[in-house]
Design a protein around this ligand. Structure first.
Ligand code: PLP
Ligand code: SF4
Length: 452
């Protein structure tokens, strides 16, 4: 059976650093005064949290300014537009009260589209007239579940679109304590086959807490539920979760129980750069998870300053496959938070995807993308092409609010600057895209159903 993970000396103990404590990180002494100040300015608006594994095993401090993992976890000046940066910088220099800083931070956050893709208004289901605020049901087969105890992460990604959940402005935080309501909902919706545990990061929970969500679901023995997915960045940010944490073995046993119950367990692992795949701890954690019978599928957005070149993606997919993981999605950075810093044009994302895809064998080509999780659905950029002498962008839905929209190619006017599908106009003089009328009607119907 499973081998115990052996580590020389004492097992590493998780230690987080935040805006309040980052100056205690020894390597921070290498930063200039301006860089440290920028961390404070941006960290007051966007979430910031890093830990000892990321600092000691992932970041190359000799080259921190260009280091992808440093950029991934440490706030940088460019992540706020100059007016917002200066607004906060001025307050900090004046020694403004925490109340004033907080108020300004919230005002800036409200300008960063904190709830992209209509997440709050449109995807919250109901059971017996009760809103399931910790659940989102957008695509027929899959329900997202945000357990209230899993709304944080082992470190924070500077591009995170879930950022309002971490910075305390989110009154409608998608979270709920009640697994029972979810089970009831799943009974009433036999079309649902997948439950996706997400957050934050559900693997931040102690095994006992996580089991308190999983066990009732297993006991309910829902015939429609075929797959449990766990969206997590823990393999990248704290692989010791599956190795040496005091309840690591218990978590793996729980995974095994899920698999033994006949449910497919898919760990949806989030990796942004090959660097995250290269530590012994990661390798051992993947091996232990796979020994439970769980599959690991991988996904990441394509990010300027971190992974916006084809070689990085090709390497990432190959290394993932070598480790026994299955490449799943390449996403386009959402229209929220620091999109202006991380976003790249759709056309460029497609070029990088294609260039990486053609370098790898079919075994890696399970990956799909680049895909934008927009309001109507997951829109894949199929690429730039010519139709009757006209240059256009071909797209299709990988997932749609209406399942009927899926895999029907459609065309947008060529635009090499657009970074989000809503910036594209329909090609060939069409007034709207084929799904738009239907989408409007669906949202109206939903509104009526909720207010009735
Ligand atoms: C991506 C996503 C899913 C899962 O879609 P799959 O294509 O089945 O992986 C479910 N719900 C939402 C809201 C999503 O964005
Ligand atoms: S791990 Fe996911 S939820 Fe957590 S900060 Fe990163 S992107 Fe956001």
């Amino acid at each position: 059976m499973r081998q115990a993970f052996k580590i020389e000396g004492t097992p590493p103990k998780y230690r987080a650093f935040t805006l309040q404590t980052f100056q205690k990180i020894p390597q921070i002494a290498r930063l200039s005064k301006e860089e440290k100040f920028a961390i404070k300015v941006v960290g007051n608006v966007l979430p910031f949290r890093v830990n000892n594994y990321v600092i000691e095993e992932l970041i190359d401090w000799d080259n921190y300014q260009d280091d992808p993992i440093f950029t991934l976890t440490f706030p940088q000046k460019g992540m706020l537009i100059p007016t917002h940066f200066n607004q906060m910088a001025t307050l900090l220099k004046q020694g403004a009260s925490s109340q004033v800083i907080h108020k300004t931070a919230n005002a800036i956050r409200m300008q960063l589209n904190p709830h992209p893709a209509g997440q709050i208004e449109h995807n919250v289901p109901q059971v017996d007239g009760i809103k399931l605020t910790g659940v989102q049901h957008k695509y027929r087969e899959t329900v997202l579940f945000f357990p209230s105890q899993g709304q944080t992460c082992h470190a924070y990604c500077s591009f995170c679109f879930r950022w309002p959940q971490f910075v305390g402005i989110d009154e409608l935080k998608f979270a709920m304590k009640e697994t029972q309501l979810l089970i009831k909902y799943l009974r009433q919706h036999p079309e649902v086959t997948d439950i996706l545990f997400t957050g934050g990061d559900p693997m931040i929970m102690r095994t006992k807490a996580f089991a308190s969500y999983i066990e009732p679901i297993l006991q309910a023995n829902l015939p429609n539920i075929k797959t449990i997915r766990i969206g997590t960045k823990s393999l990248s940010y704290w692989p010791y979760r599956f190795l040496t944490d005091s309840d690591a073995d218990a978590m793996l046993d729980l995974f095994k129980r899920i698999v033994d119950s006949g449910i497919h367990l898919a760990i949806m692992a989030h990796f942004n750069h090959p660097r995250e795949l290269q530590t012994h701890a990661l390798e051992a954690a993947v091996e232990r998870i796979r020994s439970t019978g769980a599959q690991i599928r991988t996904q990441s957005p394509i990010l300027a300053h971190i992974n916006d070149d084809a070689k990085t993606w090709a390497t990432m997919w190959q290394q993932q496959v070598n480790l026994g993981m299955i490449p799943y999605y390449m996403f386009i950075v959402r229209d929220t938070g620091a999109q202006h810093f991380f976003g790249i044009p759709l056309v460029r994302a497609w070029e990088i995807f294609r260039d990486a895809y053609k370098q790898v064998s079919g075994i890696c080509r399970t990956v799909r993308g680049p895909s934008a999780s927009a309001k109507p659905g997951k829109i894949q950029i199929l690429g730039v092409t010519q139709v009757a002498g006209k240059k256009v962008i071909a797209m299709r839905f990988i997932q749609g609010r209406n399942p009927n929209w899926v895999h029907r190619p459609f065309f947008g006017e060529y635009d090499d600057k657009a970074i989000w599908p809503t910036e594209l106009s329909p090609a060939f003089g069409e007034k709207q895209f084929f799904f738009e009328q239907d989408e409007k009607q669906m949202l109206v119907d939903k509104q009526t159903a909720t207010t009735a």
